[in-house]
Design a protein around this ligand. Sequence first.
Ligand code: ZN
Ligand code: ZN
Ligand code: ZN
Length: 246
Amino acid sequence: MLTRECHPTPTAPCRCGAAANTWCMECWESPFYCASCIVEQHRNLPFHRVEQWNGRFFERKELAALGLVIGLRHHGHLCTQAPSDRATTKFTIVHTNGVHNVTVAYCHCAPRTKDTNQLLLTGLFPGTFERPASAFTFAVLKEHHIHSLQSKKAAYDYFEALRHLTDNVLPNSVKDRYREFLRIAHVWAYLKAFKRSGQYYDIDKLLPSTWPFGSLAVHCPSCPEDGFNMAPNWRNTPPDKRWEDP
Ligand SMILES: [Zn+2]
Ligand SMILES: [Zn+2]
Ligand SMILES: [Zn+2]
């Protein structure tokens, strides 16, 4: 553990020939890179944590601070149709490993996709639908959903843990997006139930059921349902064959 915190000397230069002083804490066996090569290496891994040797110790760096701009709808690359004046937006993105300050560039290809839809199509759930400046990755919403169902962990504690993962020395210096997270976590749980119930595909019209129209409850095929799995003349059952509450 301690060896990993020391800068290896001498270190091989970056693949581009420049001095290599930056490595990724999350890529498996990350070699040392220069800042611009590590940014290039993370176009499709924008939420990895990297560290840069500052002469005395490894300092945590945001990939955005090293120059990474997350291009939407172009596999991490920047859209060539973007106007240069308002091409990028500062964003706070919450992922399973913490809170990130990133720079996002929307796609401007015609026909222009709405900003919120661009975020959703790339797996980012916007914190608001009016000019969003924060978003949650689908991965963090899924992980929180499963944690809350399995361990009953409160959203507040889950989010506080994310702040500690971001900075365990000064967690209060990490941006607080708990209120937005709580709201979006509810929306996420509802949308998951909606998707799994089949309501988007009008399942009520496909399956004979006495469930209320639009129900998100899991359908139980063994529960007795008139016209579905009960004898057609069940109402004529003789009194001695009926079950009645004594
Ligand atoms: Zn390099
Ligand atoms: Zn990495
Ligand atoms: Zn584009």
